[in-house]
Design a protein around this ligand. Sequence first.
Ligand SMILES: Nc1nc2c(ncn2[C@@H]2O[C@H](COP(=O)(O)OP(=O)(O)OP(=O)(O)O)[C@@H](O)[C@H]2O)c(=O)[nH]1
Ligand SMILES: Nc1nc2c(ncn2[C@@H]2O[C@H](COP(=O)(O)OP(=O)(O)OP(=O)(O)O)[C@@H](O)[C@H]2O)c(=O)[nH]1
Length: 439
Amino acid sequence: MSFTVAIVGRPNVGKSTLFNRIIGKRISIVDDKPGVTRDRIYGQVEWRGKKFTLVDTGGIEPEGVDVMTSQVRRQVEFAIDSSDLILFLMDSKEGLLTTDQEVVALLRKSGKPIIPVVNKVDDYAVKPELYEFYKLGLGEPVFISAIHGSNVGDLLDQIVGFIDEHEEPAYDEGVIKVAVVGKPNVGKSSLVNAILGEERVIVSDIPGTTRDAIDTPFEYEGQKMVLIDTAGMRRKSRVKENIEFYSNIRALGAVERADIALVVLDATREISEQDKKIAGIAHEAGKAVIIVVNKWDLVEKDDKTIYRYTENIRKEFAFIQYAPIVFVSAKTKKRVNKILELIRFVMDQYTFRIEKGALNELVEEATAMVAPPTIKGRKLKIYSAAQTGVKPPTFVLTVNDTELLHFSYVRYLENKMRERFGLEGTPVVIKGRNKKEGN
Ligand SMILES: Nc1nc2c(ncn2[C@@H]2O[C@H](COP(=O)(O)OP(=O)(O)OP(=O)(O)O)[C@@H](O)[C@H]2O)c(=O)[nH]1
Ligand SMILES: Nc1nc2c(ncn2[C@@H]2O[C@H](COP(=O)(O)OP(=O)(O)OP(=O)(O)O)[C@@H](O)[C@H]2O)c(=O)[nH]1
């Protein structure tokens, strides 16, 4: 699981502003597909080659709750239980308040490192009155302006300074990394055990091991794989709302390290918002997805059941139409092997390369069939197409003006590519680039 940094502080000190300042730049995904999570209270950051997950604990609050003590209590609990580093944010305009000191006293008990941060220092000057913040005894505070971004780079430098000892295991190129994600109780551990073909002890109660996703390398018909498992690590949270939140953060950490996410659903339960959120995390991270419907043994079936389920999943998970669906039982092991075959197949798709000639031929045919859009009297012209990467397959179209590359036309081209080349299980990224003068 990735290094987690929590921003904690009283209401209105600027937690969201700081979060957006750090995360905002990275979010360049223009995704209009419905169902994709929009409530960003955590995100992945890369700074000087190091990665971490940043959490805006203010976002944990359920709506309508404005009781100060309960708000801060949730934040503090999250920070203590689930983060590796705490950014304690204060407001220079308000000065050091008693509440700040109380919260720090609580945070300190956790033994987690804390960086004191004083926000809203907009004029670059550290005035004498700011020296009161040294009284916290947490060392030198970082004075920032989240709105203007000043000193935020220094803050990021300090954060990544803590990451050294937290290296993730590295795997060879040829190893397929598979994250097993899903709501609590859908059967993730059972599925992992079924895949590995042996009962494995989940070490969830040993302190210190609980936070790390369990990586299990194995081989299937000569193909090296590793399962990144987030199961069995449910926090015994005192605050109910936090449980779902922990689940999502864990899923994010596992998914970021994986090539393929197995999004596990419980066949006996209705599809919920959280199922969609978890699938959305995988989709937004640009990972391949396989939907695994588990506990199929418990479903009373007739000859239409599987079609009804499939239809419902396609409707609820409209944003990942590309994901294959497999119906399994971890308990009876039925079709568990099918998952392994799908993993291999989907990995081929995730790393698929389309030869330039074939790609341009396809684009020519597609544009002949449905003409590119004309917006405000100007017609989109696509001069050429090229694949620029894999994991997921990424394509660049050279056009007259990227403004004219409407998302619905991009989706049309994506569908055409999928019709011809398959690309099942993998997202496809299509970007536009303006043709330069003279080429
Ligand atoms: N002058 C100034 N104002 C800031 C700065 N950062 C945030 N603010 C303002 O402070 C107010 C609160 O900011 P938020 O980011 O919503 O604060 P928060 O801590 O997330 O608040 P909660 O969601 O209530 O927990 C907003 O009006 C921001 O525009 C800053 O660097 N300078
Ligand atoms: N009938 C049936 N029960 C299953 C199946 N898979 C899991 N279960 C049961 O569902 C319950 C939850 O399974 P787990 O494997 O612990 O679920 P999990 O997703 O790892 O749960 P967390 O650790 O809470 O995230 C257990 O009682 C399992 O025995 C299945 O395919 N069929």
